[in-house]
Ligand binder design. Sequence first.
Ligand code: COA
Ligand code: ZN
Length: 315
Amino acid sequence: MKPGIRIQIREVAPRDGFQSWPEFIPTAKKLEIVRMLIEAGITEMETTSFVHPKAIPQMRDAAAVMAGVPRNGCVHCPLVPNRKGAELALNSGADKLVVVISATDAHNLANVRRTVAASLHDLQSIFDLARECGKPVMGAIAVAFGCPYQGDVPEDDVYRLADAYVCAGASSLILADTTGMATPTRIVHLLSGFANRFSQIPYSLHLHNNRGTAMANLYAALDLGASTFDTALGGIGGCPNVPHAAGNLATEDVVFMLEDMGYSTGIDLMKLILAARYLESILGKTLPGQVMKSGPRDPKQVEALNALVPLPFCT
Ligand code: COA
Ligand code: ZN
């Protein structure tokens, strides 16, 4: 048991989850989900992204989403791929930015139509702009554990990108297994090397479940002392530029496991499950999350949950 050790959850469903959903989700529905997440105790969220509407049509209402989100106690961090996105995000009242660059040219070209070097060329101007507005910037490293086009990614390429972010002024980093290619051994290796080089830089681990290893990867990282994770309600999510993309770790699955192990997340599991079931009813498809179906350990709570919101699609 790990009594009281605090784990920070960064909720990414409104960005990573919604971005790949085939039908446009009405802004009002997105805002309802954001509100339910905040009521459940989420304190940091990738709320949307400021990207080209042709590249990601689902995010075309980014400004409207940011205008409508509750501000009470939640840090809203839109994702931005370039300087233009950063300008729009800061104008929308973002609390923090997430800049994304991939560790490989192949994925960066597919995702933002630029080489890594070209993305790095504009990086300082994004950080300068955010600093003028008094807002911190997280540097996200996509495909840090494997690339769907290149395969293995040399760890030095990941550390070089991390170094560029740190030099530009990143407050923290995101190490993303965009493609679900990590295994616990790779997690331990990369995170140990990262801790040796960047001991003062906090990071969040962003794990996808393409190959069923995401929860094992989280457990391996926890053992090493990782304390911040990106997760998505219902386990939705996926990069549109990854073939057969699979979801993120489900927030409610992670909260269930961590709290039962004695960690503290500050999140109300029952409210989270209700939000996940509501999301499933909005999207009209069975979602990958498990705890949203099985419920918590207490049978009375499961009964109460099922009476309140029966599972719409799972049998
Ligand atoms: N948001 C909205 N519009 C943008 C933009 C942004 N972040 N960045 C550029 N644009 C506009 C430019 O103003 C320009 O408009 P104009 O034709 O009216 O002058 C036009 O897009 C082309 O600009 P350019 O810099 O050549 O962009 P591009 O066409 O090469 O596209 C990206 C580059 C990064 C904007 C685009 O690939 C993108 O949005 N990718 C997002 C990928 C993503 O979100 N992946 C999942 C998350 S990791
Ligand atoms: Zn992701």
